[in-house]
Write a protein that binds this ligand. Structure first.
Ligand code: PMP
Length: 449
């Protein structure tokens, strides 16, 4: 029973890995955008396994392909070839612009970013790497140097050569308030204008130049950025910031890395990759999560030139990277995204959802901001719209629990865990969005009573 599960968890599973909810959910089954617990209660999954189940739980086509491959060949390691790997490589490469055509297949986002760090250093002959405050790029020892969000941050003895820089957050900003507005009245602004209306871009660029001029980062190896920060609570940058930042980094010999672990594969709707929404071309792109719809796989894609500089300094090997199961599933995921027009659905349903949730901001004083793009949306909870101080964690927890009781699962983010993160599978429909918004509205109304 459930109590035995709790005992085993306490005894044998690491306490540093935390679960949502006072009584963590024990899930037995998933079907597309729905999850089912042991008692058969169903939940609308608005976080898709942390932005991972891109096309739906147990999607029939992906399942059929996986089952076929399961009975054919599971594993070869990279010293042997197998058809799923080459079929997949060709399909994935076709989705990236020139000259991003060389693929390294790995198994997780952390691994992908660690490999990208290595490439940046091998190519530039420099050590220092910069990333934003609030960034999440992984939990492996070196990627922890890149990660700068809340309790995930840790410094290795001896350092990692990583330097944080100010995050150009259009809502909260470095000053903790809502700096991009001139007056408190403006805090209730239209949701779609956020990155465009930000007055602070130039100030942020000055801060970025300051970081680049510090001694550690004078000649840098690389710069990592998520096109929209996920774990930090769906944080968006001012329009044009990344483009200028990329130019500054390249002028100092560094390479620019887009971490598409959350933003890739059509989730943002308007474009297949997040970097395209900033009109930039990275030198290295890393991807994981949605790539395999929940099957562990990840990839790094770079230019032939950067791939060659890595080859000059080391031979790279990865036992499971490019595994036949992963590649077959990866191909099926790409086919489903195309056949079912899921990128278009992200755009259409995402736009609809952003507007619907934005109404809650007008209705409730504690909804400080509603932001995002496509099916990656953040709802930041505040004490009041003028101070924009985060709503205390216990209060956010209660709203989170209440949503769960009403059959809606959403994620959490930001330093004080004050932002609800919404990132359903891309097969989501408008009636399901209506249901989610009503659940949210009820939870907020209950909270205000
Ligand atoms: N990059 C980003 C943007 C992420 O959100 C995450 C995971 N939250 C990672 C990298 C690390 O991925 P993984 O957990 O697969 O190592």
């Amino acid at each position: 029973g459930y109590n035995r599960v709790l005992e085993i968890h306490k005894e044998h599973l690491s306490p540093v890995v935390t679960a949502y909810f006072q009584k963590p959910l024990l899930l037995h089954q998933g079907h597309m955008e729905w999850l089912f617990d042991a008692e058969g209660s169903r939940y609308l999954d608005f976080f898709s396994g942390i932005v991972t189940v891109s096309v739906g739980h147990c999607h029939p086509k992906v399942n059929a392909v996986a089952q076929k491959q399961l009975g054919r060949l599971w594993h070869t390691s990279t010293v042997f070839f197998h058809p799923p790997m080459h079929e997949y490589a060709e399909k994935l490469a076709a989705l990236l612009p020139e000259p991003l055509k060389v693929i390294f297949l790995v198994n997780s986002g952390s691994e992908a970013n660690e490999l990208a760090m290595l490439m940046a250093r091998a190519h530039s002959n420099n050590i220092d790497i910069i990333s934003f405050r609030g960034a999440y790029h992984g939990c492996s020892p070196y990627t922890l140097g890149l990660t700068n969000v809340g309790t995930y941050k840790m410094e290795l003895p001896g350092g990692t050569g990583c330097q944080p820089t100010m995050c150009p957050d259009v809502f909260r900003g470095p000053w903790g308030g809502s700096h991009c507005r001139d007056s408190p009245v403006q805090t209730i602004r239209k949701c779609s204008c956020a990155p465009d209306c930000c007055q602070a871009k130039d100030q942020y660029i000055e801060q970025f130049k300051d970081t680049l001029s510090t001694s550690v980062a004078k000649s840098i190896a690389g710069f990592f950025a998520e096109p929209i920060q996920g774990v930090n609570g769906v944080v968006q940058y001012p329009k044009g910031f990344l483009k200028e930042a990329f130019e500054l980094v390249r002028a100092r010999g560094g390479v620019c890395i887009a971490d598409e672990v959350q933003t890739g594969f059509g989730r943002l709707g308007s474009h297949f990759w997040g970097f395209q929404t900033h009109d930039v071309l990275p030198d290295i792109v890393t991807m994981a999560k949605g790539i395999g719809n929940g099957f562990p796989m990840a990839a790094v894609i770079t230019t032939p030139e950067i791939a060659k500089s890595l080859a000059k300094c080391l031979q790279h090997f990865n036992t499971f990277g490019g595994n036949p199961m992963a590649c077959a599933i990866g191909s099926a995921v790409l086919e489903v995204i195309k056949e079912e027009n899921l990128q278009e659905n992200s755009q259409e349903v995402g736009t609809y959802m952003l507007l619907k949730f934005a109404k809650l901001r007008d209705e409730f004083e504690i909804v400080g901001d509603v932001r995002g793009k496509g099916l990656m949306i953040g709802i930041e909870m505040v004490q009041d719209k003028i101070s924009c101080r985060p709503l205390p964690r216990e209060e956010v927890n209660q709203i989170h629990e209440d949503c769960k009781h009403m059959g809606l699962l959403v994620g959490r983010g930001s330093i004080f865990s004050q932002t609800f993160r919404i990132a359903p599978s891309m097969c989501i429909t408008k009636p399901e969005v209506d249901f989610a918004v009503e659940v949210f509205r009820s939870a907020l109304t209950q909270h205000m009573e």
